[in-house]
Design a protein around this ligand. Structure first.
Ligand code: ATP
Ligand code: MG
Length: 307
């Protein structure tokens, strides 16, 4: 029987990025120049959508300051472990077998604020990425913190060379339009192919009459994508029922429903699956890079060995 120990204060084994991701066929990252536009909702929805289509999926919640992926999947109470035999971080297994790694699993409580300075965040992100035993995966979705600053840059750079595409999330407003162009630029500068733009809250799904209202105007996301010369992946309605399911940690149950919002999300997933068909059907090659020693994941002020 394998022995597992709580991750807090534990040393994970040295590992390399190439090792950690060697059995992952498709690595996608979601980015947004602006906070609160629904990036985590899109990341988690894409992950669930791929899992619903039968793919083996993982999600890396790279938002150290505001991790939300566990909450959306009803996993807030879970803890990460280090497998003693291998010394690797074992992801939490969520609905549909989705493997999830988030800093939230290593925090003492839901309300604990992470007040790390950038270097510590950078180290924690690198450790997370390199020391997780994802096992064989078809798709890994990485949810980045908002913006194009230090934390998103670190994680994107840590994965550089390994990321196959970025999904740029925006909302249909003029301010957002300008910022989304910066996100596209960010992705290009990091040599990450822009898979496309998702327009979240493209319209309002009225629970009263079931009709769709375009309160911010129509096709803003499509126009942004056209202007930037990148694909448009689709729009997701602002749907109060979706929000309720999210708050209840039941995103996966919402996407299994037969409604327009769920269909819109799955159509985005199908476009991505088509776009990356070659990757998803490839045979993975074992990585050859030599492992290197990297530091432990510890909260500031915690003594070694504390759990
Ligand atoms: N299409 C939608 N329909 C209903 N609610 C939505 C929709 N998109 C986002 N929300 C709600 O808006 C809130 C913010 O979404 P989310 O956490 O995904 O944003 P974010 O861009 O990841 O934020 P941050 O920048 O803080 O990481 C969530 O509480 C979510 O429930
Ligand atoms: Mg978020």
């Amino acid at each position: 029987m394998s022995v597992r120990v709580n991750i807090r204060g534990q040393a994970a084994a040295p590992g390399s990025l190439a090792d950690a991701l060697k059995d992952v066929k498709l690595k996608l990252v979601t980015i947004s120049g602006k906070g609160g536009v629904g990036k985590s909702l899109v990341s988690t929805s894409i992950a669930v959508g791929f899992a619903m289509r039968g793919y083996k999926v993982g999600v890396l919640d790279g938002d150290v300051y505001g991790p939300t992926v566990p909450k959306m999947l009803g996993l807030s109470d879970m803890t990460l472990y280090v497998e003693q035999k291998t010394g690797k971080i074992v992801p939490v297994t969520g609905p549909l077998g989705i493997k999830v790694v988030s800093i939230e699993f290593a925090l003492p409580s839901d309300d604990t604020a992470v007040i790390w300075r950038a270097p510590l965040v950078n180290q924690a992100l690198r450790d997370f990425v390199a020391q997780v035993d994802w096992g064989p995966l078809d798709v890994l979705v990485v949810d980045l913190p908002p913006g194009t600053g230090d934390a998103p840059l670190t994680i994107a750079q840590s994965l550089q060379g390994g990321l196959d595409g970025s999904v740029v999330v925006t909302i249909p407003t003029e301010i957002s339009r300008r910022i989304v162009l910066k996100s596209i630029d960010f992705s290009r500068k990091l040599n990450i192919r822009v898979a496309g733009v998702v327009e979240n809250m493209c319209c309002f799904m009225c629970p009263g009459d079931g009709k769709v209202y375009y309160i911010f105007g129509r096709d803003a996301g499509k126009r942004i994508a056209e202007a930037a010369g990148v694909p448009f992946l689709g729009g997701i309605p602002m749907d109060p029922e979706f929000s309720q399911y999210l708050d209840a940690g039941r995103l996966h149950e919402f996407l299994a429903k037969d409604n327009e919002t769920a269909k819109a999300v799955l159509s985005i997933v199908d476009k991505l699956a088509e776009m990356y068909r070659d990757k998803l059907t490839q045979q993975v090659q074992p990585g050859r890079e030599k492992p290197r020693r990297i530091s432990l994941l510890k909260l500031p002020g915690e003594e070694e060995g504390e759990s």
